[in-house]
Design a protein around this ligand. Structure first.
Ligand code: NAG
Ligand code: NAG
Length: 219
């Protein structure tokens, strides 16, 4: 089968991801599994990205057809305390993956900080970091290179109760109740042999809660 052959070829590709935007502190595919920054110094400030709290794009290239992503930040004086910028995201599909506007931490404007992007797939967890400084202001307009591969899709994974981002947070004014019916059985992934990582009913509910809470458009 055509699709099976395609997946078989992919499985021989080296298992890593590349952080394209913002610029990574450093990339080494052999060390990418080393937390917190893929084998590089979490305090490196060679390339500092100014990240408006209104949002900044995160563009990666993934060699995994299915993975979970986390987007966290820490202050440079406290790099053992990473906080989630958005809830965990599940990605399916391959190649370019760009979230156009990930919010910054308003309380940290002007302070030296680091953003960590982590990918968790069937063969383990990989890390990349970017040196940042959060700035006040509206979302940065992504470059045209910020795009998604054909057929790539992504959604929040977190369950409704844990979907609200730790930071930044404002008290939700309303939360849309999800009435997703449990009858929509998840299609079982076949040839790749990887278990479904998330539950579609949970995604629908989580997205409803997050969009209702922060207006962060994630579709
Ligand atoms: C880090 O710096 C911020 C801002 O100056 C300060 O509020 C915080 O207490 C510092 N944290 C530590 C662990 O020093
Ligand atoms: C890529 O897909 C995600 C999930 O659907 C979406 O939030 C994001 O805006 C897309 N990126 C671009 C550049 O359209």
């Amino acid at each position: 089968m055509k699709s099976y052959t395609f997946l078989a070829i992919l499985s021989t590709a080296s298992a890593h991801f590349v952080l394209e935007t913002p610029p990574s502190i450093g990339f080494n595919d052999v060390k990418e599994a080393e937390a917190p920054c893929g084998g590089f110094d979490v305090k490196n400030r060679d390339k500092v990205t100014e990240w408006p709290v209104g949002g900044y794009p995160v563009y990666v290239q993934s060699t995994h057809t299915r993975a979970k992503w986390t987007y966290k930040a820490a202050l440079l004086n406290s790099t053992s305390s990473f906080v989630d910028l958005i809830p965990q995201v599940g990605q399916e599909g391959l190649g370019d993956f760009c979230l156009t506007s990930i919010p910054g931490v308003a309380e940290w404007v002007g302070l030296d900080a680091v953003v960590q992007v982590a990918q968790e797939a069937h063969d383990g967890k990989l890390y990349q970091c970017a040196a940042v400084k959060f700035t006040s202001g509206n979302a940065f307009t992504p470059e045209s290179s910020c795009k998604n591969g054909t057929g790539l899709s992504a959604s929040f994974i977190a369950s409704p109760t844990s979907a609200t981002p730790t930071v930044p947070t404002s008290s939700p004014t309303s939360s849309t109740s999800s009435t997703a019916s449990g009858s929509a059985a998840s299609p079982s992934p076949s040839s790749e042999g990887v278990a479904m990582y998330w539950n579609p009913v949970g995604i629908a509910a989580a997205v409803a809660v997050v969009v209702g809470a922060s207006g962060f458009g994630f579709t």
